[in-house]
Design a binder for this molecule. Structure first.
Ligand SMILES: [Zn+2]
Length: 92
């Protein structure tokens, strides 16, 4: 049996308890330290790379986060996180 070390994505605590399932069937966890919820997979994998590229390309064309969130239904903070990341990669 493989034990996966789960980590709270908010406070990096390992003090998690099972807390039901997300609508997509993923196990949800509640952090006992910060009382916030985490999912089984970290949020960085929430969207496949292809989807990200598609959204980032659309962003370069339109430069409108508001339009993107309307079109793709992704959170603005998620997209701006990707943009920051891709800018970092481009700069190196
Ligand atoms: Zn936490």
């Amino acid at each position: 049996m493989i034990t996966i070390q789960l980590q709270c994505r908010h406070c990096q605590s390992h003090n998690l308890v099972r807390n039901g399932f997300a609508p997509n069937g993923k196990q949800k966890f509640l952090c006992k330290d910060c009382r916030r919820q985490s999912r089984e997979n970290p949020s960085t994998n929430a969207y496949p790379q292809e989807r990200r590229d598609e959204i980032l390309r659309a962003y370069e064309e339109r430069s409108s986060l508001r339009g993107l969130t309307r079109t793709f239904g992704v959170a603005r903070s998620t997209v701006s996180g990707w943009i920051k990341k891709s800018n970092c990669l481009a700069a190196t």
